[in-house]
Write a protein that binds this ligand. Structure first.
Ligand SMILES: Cc1cc2nc3c(=O)[nH]c(=O)nc-3n(C[C@H](O)[C@H](O)[C@H](O)COP(=O)(O)OP(=O)(O)OC[C@H]3O[C@@H](n4cnc5c(N)ncnc54)[C@H](O)[C@@H]3O)c2cc1C
Length: 76
């Protein structure tokens, strides 16, 4: 038995729990979160192309990369 479901619409982006896509992590120095392409530009959190499981991983990623990016930018 197969349950067929027709998707007629999606919820708005503002309700998205994980946003796929974003800045490629290969373009980021993971020790500082600084862009390898644009010096002095730092990235953190949801704007990075990293997907995590629901349950705190996305929040932890945002906190950790935000801390590192802010610290690195202030120390530059
Ligand atoms: C409904 C929902 C449930 C979720 N549940 C979980 C969960 O259970 N566990 C988990 O780990 N993650 C969860 N997430 C994901 C998690 O909330 C995000 O990954 C995380 O908050 C991303 O943090 P961020 O700081 O990168 O971005 P955000 O929290 O989106 O912060 C970006 C900030 O930038 C501000 N901003 C935007 N544009 C500008 C501008 N031009 N100038 C100045 N400020 C601007 C916005 O107002 C916002 O305050 C959930 C997300 C949603 C939407």
């Amino acid at each position: 038995m197969v349950l067929e479901i027709t998707i007629i619409a999606t919820r708005p982006l503002g309700e998205a729990i994980v946003t796929a896509g974003g800045v490629d992590v290969k373009e980021i120095n993971s020790r500082t979160m600084e862009s390898k392409l644009v010096k002095g530009l730092y990235f953190a959190g949801e704007i990075l192309d990293v997907d995590g499981y629901t349950g705190g991983f996305n929040l932890q990623a945002a906190f950790s990369t935000g801390y590192l990016a802010g610290k690195s930018a202030a120390e530059k």
